[in-house]
Design a protein around this ligand. Sequence first.
Ligand SMILES: [Zn+2]
Ligand SMILES: [Zn+2]
Length: 329
Amino acid sequence: MQKGVLTRESVLMAIEEYDRLGRDAFLDKYHFGPARDYVLVHDGREYDSKAVAGVSHRFEHGHALEPDEFSGGRAHAVAWLERIGFRVKSIRNPDWARDELVLACAITAKNGWKGLTATDPRVAELSELLQLLPIHPLASRNETFRNVNGVARKTVDIATHHPDYQGKPTKGGALDLAVLKAFLESPLEMAAAAELLRTGVLVGEFQDAGPIDDDVDEFDAPEGRLLFRRHVTRERNRGLRQRKIDSAVRQGRGLACEVCGFDFKAVYGDRGDGYIECHHVVPLHEAGEGRTKLSDLALICSNCHRMVHRRAPWPTPDELRTMMPGHRV
Ligand SMILES: [Zn+2]
Ligand SMILES: [Zn+2]
């Protein structure tokens, strides 16, 4: 039988049996546990989506799938049900990403590191802004995603972790603490980063790049991923890179790495001729609107570029050179 090939009819039959037996008996009968991440929404009611998908196989292929034969997530059950037009929604909202925490920290800081209430207009404004951020795919959100209650609660969580807070801190993730720490260490920079994020979102600057996958990025930027991605997009701009290269060649400086002296042509011959990477040396929180100037760019090799971005705060090319054992001053 073909796993995942379902029709609306078979799913409706599974739903009918679910209604007839009741939830507990239905789950028991087919050995499923209660849904943890997704529910199927049908006629205004919610059903354990994985169990319904598994049982639908019985009406399509003769026997139900066992829970360990497939996943209840987007790889299997959710995709199968959505493909034939059913609506699946996530039960839990996604965890807060760094960018979102930067924005929440910024309004908490402006409020003297006190939590805000759900009726505060600044909370309403942030709630709307967070819904526009292209970080979490729509399918992973439910109707309470970053609503005023959730946003207010997050500002309270943050406030209770501030060192001046007297009471017992509420629970907060490691990322909450990391962002708060960044704010306490560099208040102006982080406030500026929040402002850039906010204006960037409002003018739609981040929209076209699609959702960010939080796992794939090995680089670290306290200001969050949206500003980091903008940084990378800018330095990969081909026209700009070419102008920087042309200007270095015109000035007779050649294309050796400004940090370590690596020369792609010297090592790779013709294949390396004309190759070098551009790094935008202006810090993320300062790189707002406006054109990138050639003097904002450093020409560095791929290894040095990785090492700059590897861990925040990012060293300048000169700083990176002094970190290298045996460097020539
Ligand atoms: Zn280098
Ligand atoms: Zn860079």
